[in-house]
Design a protein. Structure first.
Ligand code: HEM
Length: 378
């Protein structure tokens, strides 16, 4: 969108400056007639024309399509033109100098471009691939974490229908956002060479709109997920021990935990709460949905960089979460799909929670409208 905005802006500005500067009317080529051309191949060489150096941008476009040197010369000389940018930036084509983290001291647009293309894209992309590779390696060496004991057939309600609806609404929105976001960020480098400009253009356009729609759905469902699961994610005795021993993931002896273990709590507070807050807030800024904010180009550039870093970290965290929630751990996905886990699963993975249920401190069945099924007795 920024590219389209910038292109439209340059076009409008170029036309306006040339009209402003010319004493005689020059007819600009109709939009549909614009063609790309290698200016070095236009014969005879247009620079031989008399008055070449004095040509307006409109005149230059006729003899050397795509050569905007006269316009840029005027920009450099401080000629005031018309821009479609909102105040207070109207008429200000080039942003003031700034140094964003990782960029040189240069004008805002270029500084943002440097951060995006020299840091976010190469290092962000590499980090995603490294973590994906590490998860694949772990799965290859360790395989699915299986139950040690036999299932008893006695089922414990792990998630109510409401909890599952909130979770899946959020997870679906997250997946749409992740896929569309990755195409927006990396598609030009990875997909466009394969698909070609037209197909990639349509794909990026469709996914950019999907991203804008899924964003608010993610924000709302995130608030509901937070409110639904916050109580059982509060820090508890034993969490530190769990973290220090890595949950027993490598030793094979899982450390006892309550309904959610310390690893899940880290994902909850770091991924859902903190990164969720940053991702949603910066996304809403880019959607221009925060009232009273001055939407300058620098606002968008900063929001974009914050959004990119936070979403990247969030994706890294949730890659681990999705792995354990699907192929990484037997029975976990079943719990989030049906709402129920076997007694053996509860005992092996969340023993303190299981003990509370056995002792009657937590009901084995919270949703009173659900059909009765064999469960553990307090
Ligand atoms: C395709 C994507 C996802 C899959 C397959 C998935 C799978 C699961 C599963 C199986 C559980 C149950 C774990 C257990 O019983 O302990 C779970 C819990 C949970 N998930 Fe997801 N999930 C996904 C995406 C997300 C996203 C995007 C979020 C939030 C941004 C999220 C937040 C949670 C929360 C808060 C819990 C409760 C446990 C906790 O508080 O950590 N999930 N998920």
């Amino acid at each position: 969108m920024k590219k389209a905005l910038a292109a439209a802006f340059v076009l409008v500005w170029a036309c306006a400056v040339s009209v402003h500067a010319q004493s005689q009317a020059v007819t600009a080529p109709a939009m549909g007639a614009v063609q790309s051309q290698n200016i070095n191949e236009v014969k005879p060489e247009a620079s031989q024309d008399s008055g070449y150096a004095q040509q307006s941008n409109g005149e230059r476009m006729k003899v050397q399509p795509g050569n905007n040197a006269p316009m840029w010369r005027q920009v450099g000389a401080g000629v005031t033109g018309y821009s479609s940018l909102p105040n207070p930036e109207a008429g200000n084509l080039i942003q003031p100098f700034v140094q964003y983290p990782g960029s040189r001291l240069t004008n805002g647009g270029e500084a943002w471009r440097q951060v995006r293309n020299q840091w976010l894209i190469p290092y962000g992309g590499s980090l995603l691939l490294i973590v994906l590779g590490a998860i694949a390696l772990f799965y290859w060496r360790k395989g699915t974490m299986r139950l040690h004991g036999q299932p008893t057939g006695r089922m414990i309600e792990r998630f109510t229908a409401f909890e599952r609806s909130a979770h899946w609404a959020n997870a679906i929105a997250f997946c749409v956002l992740a896929v569309s976001g990755l195409v927006i960020a990396f598609g030009k480098f990875l997909l466009e060479p394969v698909l070609g400009g037209t197909l990639f253009g349509w794909l990026a356009y469709a996914l950019k709109n999907a991203h804008n729609f899924a964003g608010p759905m993610f924000a709302v469902s995130l608030v509901i997920v937070f409110a639904t699961f916050v109580r059982d994610n509060l820090p508890a005795k034993g969490d530190l021990n769990w973290l220090l021993k890595g949950g027993g993931l490598l030793s094979g002896h899982e450390i006892k935990s309550g309904r959610f273990n310390a690893g899940e709590k880290v994902v909850f507070w770091g991924g859902v709460f903190l990164l969720g807050l940053i991702v949603v807030a910066s996304g809403l800024v880019m959607d221009k949905l925060i009232p009273g904010l001055l939407y300058e180009r620098s606002t968008m550039q900063i929001a974009h960089m914050v959004h990119a870093v936070a979403t990247l970290l969030m994706m890294l965290m949730f890659m681990g979460h999705i792995y354990l929630g699907t192929i990484g751990m037997e029975g976990a996905y079943q719990g989030m799909k049906t709402g129920y886990v076997d007694e053996t699963w509860a005992k092996e993975h969340h023993e303190l929670w299981y003990d509370d249920i056995k002792a009657g401190r937590i009901p084995a069945q919270r949703d009173k409208t659900a059909p009765a099924r064999p469960t553990v007795q307090a």
